[in-house]
Structure formats: C-alpha cells, structure tokens
Design a protein around this ligand. Sequence first.
Ligand code: FES
Length: 157
Amino acid sequence: MDENIQSNLATLQTESFQTFSLFSSLKTDSLMFLNSRIIKMSWHYVSDLKTLQSLNRQVVSVENQKILLIWHEDQIYAVQSQCPHLKLPLAKAEINQKNEIVCPFHKSAFDLCTGDVKCWSPWPAMLSGVLGKVSKPKNLNIYPVKIEDDRIMVEVA
Ligand code: FES
C-alpha cells in the first residue's frame, strides 16, 4: 500500500476513534443531564386532609403517575396505585398488622413506609411459583407527603 494512503488511513482511524470518544462522552453527559432531570423532585397539591379522611383511599394523578393516597391510623401514605407484580390496582389492598400493604390479587406485600417487597405473589399457592416468575420482585414506589394548611402535598419527580 502507498505510504500516503497508509498515513491517511491511520489519521482517519485516529480521528474516528476521537470522534467516537467525543460522542461517548457527550452521550454520558446527556444521560447524566437526563438523570439529573429524573431525580429533580417537586411538591404537588393532590387533595385535602378532610377529603382523604372521609374517603380513606383516593387515587390521584400527578405528572402522569397514578398515586394512591391512604389514610391509615392517623397517617397519610402515598404509594404507586398499581401493584408492581401485574400492575393491578391497589386501591382495595388491605394493610396488615406489620404495616404492610397486601395486594388483593396475589397477596404480594410491601412495607407501607419504605415500599420494600416483603412477599412476592404467594397466592394462590398452586400457581404462586408460576405467577411469581411472571415478573421479578420489585419494590412499591413510595412518595414523600406533607400537609400545608390541610392541603396534602406529594413530592414527585
Ligand atoms: S397483581 Fe398484585 S400480587 Fe399480583
């Protein structure tokens, strides 16, 4: 191969690599930027204290997320409204003695304060092995809550 061609080829390969490196770092920066947008949180007014106290449960929509508000033992909890197992509604879920919210469909249980999964799809027992493998165990999303002048505020990304 001609020396000039070899030299040009080497230059092109180096430039291509530099371009790729630049692209890679830009992509990382974009992801970091996106990431910083994802974790940016803001407070949203979602309901009034008296309304939730009278209803006990209320599903609200904030930033395209459906959130289940729960009034339980004089506390307000805000959790994702759908069970992480098969995305079925948790509005009628029971809360057990361990302060876990238990899905009415296959009895997955989640810590009401942290959202940690405590039990994954154990019911019905004959199908739990199959149903439990339909999706991997996932925690329930929990949203911070505060009250401002009887207005319930939820912090959402
Ligand atoms: S949908 Fe909740 S445990 Fe299956």
